[in-house]
Design a protein around this ligand. Structure first.
Ligand SMILES: Cc1cc2nc3c(=O)[nH]c(=O)nc-3n(C[C@H](O)[C@H](O)[C@H](O)COP(=O)(O)OP(=O)(O)OC[C@H]3O[C@@H](n4cnc5c(N)ncnc54)[C@H](O)[C@@H]3O)c2cc1C
Length: 388
């Protein structure tokens, strides 16, 4: 395997590196999980879009550059290397958009994709319910046919909706055939959050950010045009979305390569008295990020050559989520008591980012499907072990 990039790819790298150097805000933006911080992140997303950096791998007619998957990886690497802001559009551009490309009608693609690329529509994910998380097929939110209006009436509740309080639209699963077996009779809906009968209630997190919302539906009407894929076939459509979430797009290697580069830098500043164990943790974290990069190159090779990684995307998710915890544990080990200082404390290191990152990393083994569930999938569908 040839692991070097060609001249065209290196020119692409130089172009995005130069743009990022000129445009990434000098000071980090406030958390995108707060109302004010989210608004600032949306401004950043619009700047990315204006210079066609928001969705580089999409076709040009939807606001992209038609870049290859290899170039997308390069962009991601450069993006994180430059310390650019977190993508608050990620649920749309990384999860929903690949599902549009696979299942959307031409009208849906033409309508939704450019608005998503421009950060005009901001999407949140409506899977989980108070009594259905890992067991997604157990959802009870339902959609009842309204023949006269040519659409469906949604009733029920979604929860843990990331940044739901700030978004404009939700994609989610609703039960359209209560008589069908659990995985059948589900339909994938696209719901504007300002629809009459939809109520969004923000939920504060322990760290003070309002990163989640609960979304309530009371007879909310959506037209037939807002169904992605076929009626009652939503499970298959949703699995395509989860495969993007666990696989290539949500957490690219660039994110972890940048984090481990920062960790090595932290070691140089704070590691002198840390001893061999901490040094080994830092080296291991760096090697893990490199290994993830190489593994991803294999995935991209498969995709480019027409093979789908399928259930193997669960391995990606296990790897990046557990690696992220280890990276942050190593950093907090280096910092000792300093790691507990919050962002505006006078002696806080890197504005308290390592502790905040550590707290978020702990949710990695939960969101995008818990790691216990991913291990079940790997056992059954990658290794072929028996279910019991
Ligand atoms: C940061 C964050 C962001 C999120 N964002 C969203 C979002 O935007 N939209 C959305 O819809 N949801 C979101 N979620 C919710 C997330 O998808 C669920 O928390 C997750 O699917 C687990 O569901 P649950 O919380 O109901 O836990 P449960 O399913 O009740 O699981 C509880 C525990 O039991 C284990 N368990 C359950 N079933 C099995 C089994 N069969 N075998 C072995 N172990 C099992 C689980 O692994 C877990 O440890 C988010 C969660 C987090 C933490």
């Amino acid at each position: 395997m040839d692991l070097t990039f060609g001249d065209e790819d290196e020119a692409f790298r130089a172009e995005c590196r130069a743009w990022l150097a000129a445009n990434v805000p000098a000071a980090p933006l406030p958390s995108g999980d707060t109302s004010d911080g989210f608004a600032q992140h949306v401004e950043w997303e619009k700047l990315l879009f204006a210079d066609r950096w928001s969705v580089v791998s999409w076709p040009e007619e939807y606001g992209g550059r038609g870049a290859s998957l290899w170039q997308w990886l390069i962009f991601e690497e450069e993006y994180y290397r430059a310390g650019a802001p977190q993508r608050v559009t990620q649920n749309g551009i990384f999860l929903l958009a690949p599902t549009f490309f696979e299942f959307g009608t031409q009208e849906q693609k033409d309508h939704y994709l450019p608005r998503m690329a421009a950060a005009d529509d901001l999407w949140c994910q409506g899977w989980s319910e108070p009594n259905a998380g890992s067991d997604l097929a157990g959802i009870t939110s339902r959609a009842v046919r309204d023949e006269a209006m040519g659409g469906w009436r949604l009733t029920g509740q979604k929860t843990w909706t990331t940044r739901g309080a700030f978004c404009t639209d939700l994609f989610g699963l609703f039960r359209t055939d209560p008589e069908a077996s659990r995985h059948k009779g589900l339909t994938y809906f696209l719901v504007p959050l300002d629809t009459e009968g939809v109520t969004v209630r923000g939920v504060g997190r322990l760290d003070g950010d309002e990163g989640f919302a609960e979304v309530f539906f009371e007879d909310a009407f959506v037209p037939d045009a807002n169904i992605l894929g076929d009626v009652h076939q939503g499970w298959g459509v949703a699995m395509a979305t989860t495969s993007s979430e666990r696989g290539l797009t949500l957490r690219s290697p660039g994110r972890f390569m940048a984090a481990t580069a920062r960790l090595v830098d932290l070691y140089r500043r704070h590691g002198a008295t840390g001893g061999a164990t901490l040094r080994d943790q830092v080296i291991q974290a760096w090697m893990d990020a490199e290994a993830y990069q190489l593994y991803t190159l294999r995935d991209v090779t498969d995709i480019v050559e027409g093979r789908s990684p399928g259930a193997r995307s669960s391995l990606n998710k296990l790897w990046w989520s557990e690696m992220d915890v280890r990276i942050h544990e190593a950093a907090l080990g280096l910092l000792g008591p300093l790691g507990e200082l919050v962002d505006d404390a006078p002696d806080a290191v890197d504005a308290g980012a390592w502790m905040k990152g550590f707290q978020f990393s702990l949710s990695g083994p939960i969101y995008a499907g818990t790691n216990e569930i991913q291990r079940n999938i790997v056992a059954e569908r990658v290794l072929g072990l028996p279910r019991k």
